[in-house]
Design a protein around this ligand. Structure first.
Ligand code: B12
Ligand code: SF4
Ligand code: SF4
Length: 260
């Protein structure tokens, strides 16, 4: 049975890279202990989340949709279970974001798209507004790509970046990182948050990208519901990607953005 056929029952596109290719680039995190004892392959899966824009949106797109760790996590678990049924005797361990796998690099290696100057994976059909998740398995599989390819480097994302941190520059000034920081922000951080203009996350380097202009709007079924504005009293508060920081951090950002 072709494994990608099984995987495509769960996501619109997927690719495979060998574990060996990313072994030296594993990210230090607690989830590393969940890796199979003899990992051989990584099956990368994409979860597009782009939706039609709405006026008054004050969150980056990824924060408008249900928390991907939860909803896409369930899809990954179901896919892992299905693979274990189809390929008995092998392990399929799901990971997403909080993962030892450098996901953008692995996805590019698997041929799923190019890496932009904004550091993100850009898929030829869905663009970059997608989440990445993966199954790490001890089943040896043929990789679907061989080298990392890059975007054509128009530089639009570099110019649009409010944190002046592209390409590959100072991540401390990335507005997405600043918006998620606990405690009191410095004067410079506050100025950058205001420049970004959003309560959570930042999408400027993606909105500016020509490769997103013609990308299709066809979100994965777990991302068809979205709430474009931050509301701490919303009944769905706990199901959003910004809830992990509690109400204080996005609440602080909302207050800072109100001030002149
Ligand atoms: C930590 C992290 C962040 C941190 C810091 C990023 C960093 N360390 O560089 C912060 C909070 C800033 C962040 C922001 C965002 N992230 Co993030 N992040 C991650 C995470 C968990 C690890 C990345 C990492 O540390 N790689 C290790 C380093 C050593 O790898 P690297 O090869 O040097 O470079 C990587 C990044 O650093 C990035 N990069 C390269 N140059 C620069 C420059 C700057 C300024 C930034 C911020 C990033 C960046 O490109 C590579 C991709 O991983 C990954 C999930 C994963 N497990 O891979 C998600 C991940 C890369 N993030 C994701 C997303 C969606 C975002 C945001 C778009 C969210 C938002 N709207 O605000 C922004 C985009 C910022 C950007 N331009 O990259 C997605 C990307 C999907 C895609 N299409 O590629 C991932 C894959 C999560 C997922 N499972 O879907 N992220
Ligand atoms: S805006 Fe241009 S340089 Fe930046 S990721 Fe897109 S194509 Fe690459
Ligand atoms: S998320 Fe915003 S601040 Fe961070 S690299 Fe992209 S445009 Fe720059």
């Amino acid at each position: 049975m072709e494994i990608l056929k099984v995987i495509r029952e769960f996501v619109p596109d997927a690719g495979i890279c060998s574990f060996e290719r990313i072994q030296e680039h594993l990210l230090p995190c607690r989830a590393k202990s969940r890796l199979p004892e003899h990992p051989k392959s990584v099956i990368l899966m994409i979860f597009p989340y782009r939706f039609p824009d709405s006026p008054g949106r004050n969150l980056s797109r990824f924060a408008c949709v249900p928390d991907y760790h939860t909803v896409a996590g369930e899809v990954l678990n179901a896919a892992a279970q299905r693979c274990e049924e189809c390929f008995p005797g092998y392990q399929f361990i799901p990971f997403m974001d909080n993962s030892p796998i450098p996901e953008v690099k692995a996805a590019a290696l698997s041929g799923l798209g190019v890496i932009g100057q904004n550091g993100l994976l850009i898929h030829p059909k869905f663009g970059s507004f997608l989440f990445l998740g993966e199954l790490v398995t001890d089943l040896p599989l043929t990789p679907t790509g061989d080298t990392v390819r890059h975007c054509y480097g128009c530089g639009n994302c570099v110019t649009a970046c409010p944190g002046n941190c592209l390409p590959g520059g100072d991540r401390e000034t990335c507005v997405s990182a600043i918006s998620q920081k606990k405690g009191e922000l410095t004067e410079m951080e506050t100025a950058l948050l205001k420049k970004g203009g959003l309560i959570w996350g930042c999408d400027r380097c993606q909105e500016a990208c020509p490769l997103n202009r013609d990308a299709v709007i066809d979100p994965h079924p777990c991302f068809t519901d979205y709430t474009p504005q931050f509301d701490p009293d919303h009944p769905d508060f706990d199901s959003r990607a910004y809830a992990w920081r509690g109400k204080a951090v996005p609440g602080r950002n909302a207050e800072l953005l109100k001030k002149k």
